[in-house]
Write a new protein. Structure first.
Length: 221
């Protein structure tokens, strides 16, 4: 089945204004206008963030949605995929944010607006632990794009965490995945996004191609 609804989840201190989120939004609008794209501004509390997401996608068709997440958003994307049994794409995903974000407890600033402050509270660590689905088998097809040059997260840990997924292991690169534009076509193909800005998705051949891509993806997962 093709994807008609796409969720994008940003990372810690990030926002829908991140370069990757904007690239994804623009790409979908240009090439797959039939797809409903949503990138919410997530609150600092992991529990509140996932409650917001859960409410926002409650009416979405489970069999025709996918989720993309970056860094902490990748961790969240794995949780969402477990709940929805949908395809997921993780971009330099956080593997153990409960461990890694403990040192950030306290006042923080938003990455894209340093004037905006928020407080990362100690209880958020337990909320992150409650969302950890590493012990569960994948509930849907997974793609992980991992840069060996990530300066914040260990690429080996990411690769081990998603060893069962389709993995694009990039030489060099950085945590922000600055070369995301080079991989966005692959993300769209993996998610089997519905429609095409050039009309390819409107004819029978286009639909047959999308269905074949979906079957191939699901068989590899």
């Amino acid at each position: 089945m093709t994807t008609t609804h796409l969720l994008y989840l940003h990372g810690f201190r990030s926002s829908p204004q991140s370069a990757k989120a904007r690239l994804m939004a623009d790409y979908v609008a240009r090439h797959h206008p039939a797809v409903h794209f949503w990138c919410p501004q997530l609150p600092p509390s992991p529990a509140e963030a996932m409650a917001q997401v859960r409410e926002g996608i409650a009416a979405w068709p489970r069999g025709a949605m996918a989720v993309v997440g970056s860094s902490l958003g990748g961790f969240y994307a794995s949780w969402v995929a477990q709940q929805q049994s949908c395809a997921s794409v993780m971009l330099n995903p956080a593997v153990d944010p409960a461990r890694d974000l403990a040192r950030y407890i306290g006042e923080q600033t938003a990455w894209h607006d340093p004037e905006q402050h928020f407080f990362f509270r100690p209880e958020f660590i337990a909320e992150l632990r409650a969302l950890d689905v590493r012990q569960l088998p994948p509930a849907g097809p997974e793609l992980a794009i991992i840069a060996k040059g990530d300066e914040l997260l260990d690429w080996r840990e990411m690769a081990a965490r998603y060893s069962h997924a389709q993995v694009r292991l990039l030489e060099g690169g950085d945590h922000a995945l600055s070369a995301f534009a080079d991989h966005i076509d692959a993300v769209a193909r993996f998610c089997v996004l519905a429609g095409d800005g050039d009309g390819a998705g409107d004819d029978e051949a286009g639909n047959d191609g999308a269905e074949a891509a979906a079957k191939a993806r699901d068989q590899r997962a």
